[in-house]
Design a protein around this ligand. Structure first.
Ligand code: PRT
Length: 286
């Protein structure tokens, strides 16, 4: 009998496209078939179930599926007993408290005795209890941002990414409760054959994520600048250095992290690097 790993992916919404793109970059093609709830993948023994983000933690805890891709904030609300395997770097957002922009917000104490509208009761309750604040919660599913304008609440606790929704509803962000991104979660007690498939998929995912956060850099520099250039380029081990046809010049190859990218390029130029080429990396295996 051939074993298959079962993964739950959001059916439609913010996580769907990036989740399928991640699988595709891992060499796994999945048909996102309209109303289909289940799809078989090509390129890996995998079955994909399309479910609601908020339902996935329970399915994973119960072992109905082995893995799931969800927003971190959803797991906090669900309090499901699952393992977090990997942060995936997309669907980044923060869960924040916001108040009408005309409010003179003096700090968390301002929230004492106030009414807070939210769809995230677990996160806000944990936050308020740590801060020792007593507030009244109004649970709303969706369109939380309009609650202050219609007199239902004094503050809201909602997810924010660009901040446009808060801004267009006359609200300002005053506290960040948590930062969230998409995560891969797993059932805790997988059979050995399924655990082996999970390791193999996880290895592919890590290689794709590493590649996404690095760029390959090639540059030319005079030999007498090589020491200072090497200090700027961290690389995986140390940069590769090859002689150029022109005497006294070398070509340097290395990888740099996306986060530091522009600072490193500026420093390379200032230290005599020329003809700098930046190339995306498809997979990165350690
Ligand atoms: O319906 P289902 O259960 O499948 O999922 P869902 O209702 O959680 O779906 P969806 O697609 O809205 O969100 C999926 C996940 O994406 C969330 O659980 C978060 O982890 C993550 N995410 C990232 C966001 C946002 N960014 C986001 N901006 N989820 C929601 N928002 C909403 C927010 O609630 C607010 O209404 O977008 C609005 C604010 O956006 P900005 O850009 O104006 O600040």
């Amino acid at each position: 009998m051939t074993h298959k790993l079962k993964i739950a992916v959001q059916k439609s919404g913010r996580l769907n496209e990036d989740s399928l793109k991640l699988l595709k970059d891992c060499g796994i093609k999945v048909e996102n078939g309209g109303d289909k709830l289940k799809s078989t993948a090509f390129g890996f023994p995998l079955e994909v179930l399309f479910l609601r983000n908020s339902d996935i933690p329970q399915y994973v805890e119960d072992g109905v599926v082995h893995l799931g891709i969800i927003g971190e904030n959803v797991l906090l609300e669900a309090q499901s007993d699952v393992e977090i395997v990997q942060k995936l770097g997309f669907a980044r957002c923060r869960l924040s408290l916001a108040v009408p922009k005309e409010v003179e917000y003096t700090g968390v104490d301002w929230l004492n005795g106030k009414r807070i509208a939210t769809s995230y009761p677990v996160a806000i309750n944990q936050y308020l209890s740590v801060k020792g604040i007593e507030a009244e919660l109004h649970l709303i599913n969706g369109s939380v941002e309009i609650a202050p304008a219609i007199g239902l609440a004094d503050a809201v606790c909602d997810l924010v990414s660009s901040g446009n929704t808060l801004f267009s509803n006359g609200l300002k962000e005053v506290e960040v409760l948590l930062k969230s991104e998409a995560i891969l979660i797993s059932h805790k007690n997988l059979a050995p054959e399924i655990a082996a498939l999970r390791s193999s998929l996880h290895f592919r995912i890590q290689s794709v994520l590493n590649a996404r956060s690095y760029k390959y850099v090639l540059l030319n520099c005079p030999e007498d600048k090589l020491d200072s250039i090497k200090k700027i380029l961290p690389g995986m081990k140390s940069p590769s250095v090859l002689p150029l046809a022109e005497k006294g010049w070398v070509s340097v190859h290395s990888v740099v992290q996306e986060d530091d990218f522009w600072n490193i390029i500026d420093a390379l130029k200032a230290n005599g690097a020329e003809g700098i080429l930046i190339i995306p990396i498809e997979k990165m295996i350690y």
